[in-house]
Design a protein around this ligand. Sequence first.
Ligand SMILES: Cc1ncc(COP(=O)(O)O)c(C=O)c1O
Length: 392
Amino acid sequence: MHKNGHSSPHMPDELQAFRVACPLLNTRIYLANCSQGPLSTPVRAALDTFLGEWAELGMHWDAWMAEVDRARAAFAALIGAAPTEIAVGGSVSQLVSSLASALAQLGRGKRRVVSSVAEFPGVAHAWLALMAQGYDVHLVPGGDERVVEMQHLVASIGDSTELISVPHVCYANGMMLDMASIVAAAHAHGTLVFVDAYQSVGTVPIDVKASGVDFLAAGTLKYLLGTAGIAFLYVSPTVVERLEPTVTGWFGRVHPFDFDPARLDYATSAARFDLGTPPIANAYAARAGMELVQAAGVERIRNQVERLSALAYDLAPQLGLLILGPQQVECKGATTAIDAGTPENAHRLEEDLRHRAIIVSARGKAIRLAPHGFTHEEELERALEVVAELLH
Ligand SMILES: Cc1ncc(COP(=O)(O)O)c(C=O)c1O
């Protein structure tokens, strides 16, 4: 037990196993999961499998395509979708750009897109690029550290709004938005809903059917313990066949292996948003990471993350630390953003903590402590104590 009295209650076996699968946790307090998850033993083994196949067989296309489809299915399972409702791309920015290109072809006469300052830049930029095609793209403003009020988002939706785009959890401050309320308000105006779940998937249970979102995207390098260079887009079957992206590639065709340069048809499934040759090596890592998270159990991970958030709210004032963004456990994802005063301080703090074997991620004037289901209470407590010591 630490001096502030927070002992780790018995961690469920599944989370213990999750922890054991990440050797880095033996030597580091790892709280940078909002940026990059640690390398796990199964992800390393999956990448080794790919390298082994490549080394021994050279070309192994059938197995590689099957692995990409396994990654697609693993992502679908995490969000309550069918594999046919998932597109595979190289990044969220690229998938959203492709989606934006399809919106411009919808022809519903709605020429407004609502986004916000809580959006990850790459996503907002894909929407802003629609201005060149005459769209009005409105970024809902926010308060300190990009906190955006639900009522401002909802009030920005009107009958001319084609789509509203929101992060499920904000990268800057950990704020979690209520998807169901946004969907209800948007659909009342015939407005489509895009959710960027990069900062929530794997730590917050997601059911795209229950929430009714039209689109949801995420990559795998954060809480899904994969690598950069692969991302997924859920497209609701209620809209998919009306969408014809002009940012497209041969894997988006009905029969890619017909190799017909003269036929631009669109796969009936969400694969119409697939582009060129898929990110094969990254799919190995992604599938293994997502299976590890599934085995740990997203509900269990969320419970642990909530315990850790409660601990942070409890300890921060005692240590003289200010938490930016949401102030309630149920309104936040895994990230707790501590005010470091200035971006320079935050950056320096990240470096100083690294030298003390505590890995965190600075963003703006915040130092982000982002635990996962494998994090012990004592680890977060220790990190908060060291942050306080270094800041004061
Ligand atoms: C919420 C969120 N969306 C998107 C991204 C990045 O997306 P990509 O680099 O795949 O375009 C990040 C972080 O890198 C993020 O935190």
